[in-house]
Design a protein around this ligand. Structure first.
Ligand SMILES: Nc1ncnc2c1ncn2[C@@H]1O[C@H](COP(=O)(O)OP(=O)(O)OP(=O)(O)O)[C@@H](O)[C@H]1O
Ligand SMILES: [Mg+2]
Length: 256
């Protein structure tokens, strides 16, 4: 089947972005004067200690949260609220229990006014892409955690976003499934040519998937750091340069 051609590139520009929250009558500064340019088609990982603002940054990029100051531009256009060029994937896939896999994946397109036949045809393409062709008619309760997360990924891809925002999408999976899903994500990113912004706690996952890693610090006043991964793909976790990169990233957190 023909998949709609993408006209935009999924380039993200974050300019002087600040975000704070009110907490017990005080301002809690979470993001401060952040500047970052993400290239179209780039894979960027965001890592940092719990509470440093990873989810907050992703929510601002998704348009679910307004910045206090600064702006986010997507292909030169200022982000105001959610938009169809961006899709967000959360830690738990939040599937609709009364719909089948096909129903869940095609739902977003039908809501957007596509005919059921067209929505299902496109949904089938992405269900195949995530390796669930045989489970189209299964209901969420009949799926494993990894399979549910794949449905979530297919659902996000079906609306053909230029930018895929993922908040610890593999965090709830067991170690083995996680490794497989990392391979899948690497393949999907390559095939779909989307810009991917991935929040993760897993430094190895960041190195495996990303072109660059943004390290957000917890301490106030400390500057975020960007690390270029620069390893050839497909990546091999046991390779010397991979291990070296992991050591370097761990050192960012004072770990050895
Ligand atoms: N809606 C909100 N109201 C008040 N404070 C908030 C809100 N959302 C986030 N925060 C605060 O902002 C800080 C950053 O939260 P955020 O969820 O972005 O962290 P995170 O880096 O994603 O952490 P984790 O790794 O634990 O998911 C936290 O201190 C949190 O308490
Ligand atoms: Mg978070």
């Amino acid at each position: 089947m023909s998949v709609v051609q993408k006209t935009r590139r999924g380039e993200v520009a974050i300019r002087d972005l600040s975000k704070s929250f009110a907490l017990n009558g005080q301002r809690l500064n979470v993001l401060r004067n952040l500047d970052l340019a993400i290239k179209g088609g780039e894979a960027l990982a965001i890592v940092g200690p719990s509470g440093c603002g990873k989810t907050t940054l992703l929510r601002v990029l998704a348009g679910l949260e307004n910045p206090d100051q600064g702006e986010v531009l997507i292909d030169g256009q200022r982000v105001e609220g959610v938009g169809t060029e961006r899709a967000i994937i959360f830690q738990e896939p939040r599937l609709l229990p009364w719909l089948t896999v096909l129903g869940n994946v095609s739902f977003g397109l039908q809501v957007r006014g596509h005919s059921p036949a067209e929505a299902e045809a496109r949904a089938r393409h992405y269900i195949r892409l995530v390796g669930l062709a045989e489970f189209e008619t299964a209901f969420p309760r009949q799926l494993s955690g990894g399979m549910s997360q794949r449905v979530g990924i297919a659902r996000a891809l079906t609306v053909q976003p230029e930018i895929l925002l993922l908040d610890e999408p593999l965090g709830a999976l067991d170690a083995m499934t996680k490794l497989t899903m990392q391979e899948e994500l690497a393949r999907i990113w390559r095939e779909e040519k989307v810009t991917m912004v991935l929040v993760t706690h897993d430094l190895e996952e960041a190195i495996f998937l990303a072109d660059r890693v943004l390290v957000l610090p917890k301490e106030k006043g400390a500057m975020p750091r960007l690390i270029e991964v620069g390893l050839p793909r497909p990546r091999d976790r046991s390779e010397t340069r991979f291990v070296e990169m992991r050591r370097r990233l761990m050192a960012e957190f004072g770990l050895h």
